[in-house]
Design a protein around this ligand. Structure first.
Ligand code: ZN
Length: 295
């Protein structure tokens, strides 16, 4: 299986930036952890890939991005959280969606995601208030939806391509790229870009043809003299849940609710939505939590 990586390049003498990722192992892990159906693997895989790319563009190691996509399709809600070290976690509300292939004979991502809905991006970059951007979906195919997010919410033109190839064994290829013109980009640059993006074809196909990220970046920009500008980054699926966090979650339910749980349950079990890890609280532990709340 190919090696996961994120690489960032400048093209056109610094007038165009491109960040690209191979997320094959990451998306395969995601599929296994949540036992995703093929179409949910494709949808959540694209969603996680774009979130990871956006996280890698943030500046500080403590920066965290949370992206929510909620629409009227059978998947329901998807959430992904990533930091700038490219550690990411995600889940989908309904993991077993099974719908017919679309008219091109491909996994019907927009059919599963839905077309009416929104993307909600929260970037916690160490300021008092996090940056929040909400935009409506345009197609439910995710790539176009995020391109529209960049224009509408961040005032930035962008081309976004995301792809996940799924076969019987699981994820065969997954990856994506985001191209953004810098402020000094020329009209001519944009036109050249549009042509080379079109000629390059689908990202999943390029990965499947064993192209490296550098080769992909050259192909989609049409520039042979691109410059690598980031350190080696490997995206990985990583959940940071702790018992303490779930204890705080229980406390937030309030005393009354906790007392009800003690009466009806021998032990209270909580499950992390991101990694399915279970945390158990016995009756005595629950009583202790309530006791501590009084003080
Ligand atoms: Zn977890």
């Amino acid at each position: 299986m190919s090696q996961d990586k994120i690489e960032k390049y400048l093209a056109y003498d610094g007038r165009i930036s491109i960040i690209c990722a191979n997320t094959t192992n990451l998306v395969e892990n995601l599929r296994k952890i949540h036992n995703l159906s093929p179409v949910v693997t494709a949808a959540l895989g694209r969603f996680v890939t774009v979130t990871t790319l956006m996280a890698a563009e943030m500046k500080n190691s403590e920066d965290v991005i949370t992206v929510q996509l909620k629409a009227n399709g059978p998947i329901g809600q998807m959430i992904a959280v990533a930091n700038n070290k490219a550690q990411v976690k995600a889940y989908a509300q309904n993991v077993s969606v099974d719908i017919p292939l679309n008219e091109d004979g491909k996994l019907d991502v927009s059919g599963a995601v839905g077309i009416e809905g929104f993307i909600n991006v929260v970037k916690d970059i160490g300021l008092k208030e996090p940056y929040v951007g909400i935009v409506p979906l345009v197609s439910g195919e995710i790539g176009d939806d995020f391109a529209s997010y960049f224009v509408k919410s961040e005032g930035q033109q962008a081309a976004v391509a995301l792809g996940v190839l799924v076969n019987k064994e699981g994820v065969k290829q997954a990856g994506g790229y985001i191209i953004k013109p810098m402020p000094d980009a020329k009209e001519e640059d944009i036109q050249n870009l549009e042509q080379s993006i079109f000629k390059a074809g689908a990202i999943s196909k390029m990965l499947d043809n064993n192209l490296t990220l550098e080769e992909i970046a050259k192909k989609v920009t049409g520039d042979e003299k691109i410059k690598l500008i980031n350190k080696e980054t490997t995206p990985e699926y990583k959940c940071d849940c702790t018992r303490e966090r779930f204890e705080r979650g229980l406390i937030s339910l309030g005393k009354e609710e906790l007392e009800k749980l003690i009466k009806t349950e021998e032990k209270t079990e909580t499950t992390c939505q991101f990694c399915n890890k279970k945390y158990e609280f016995t009756k005595q532990e629950m009583e202790q939590i309530i006791k501590n709340m009084k003080n």
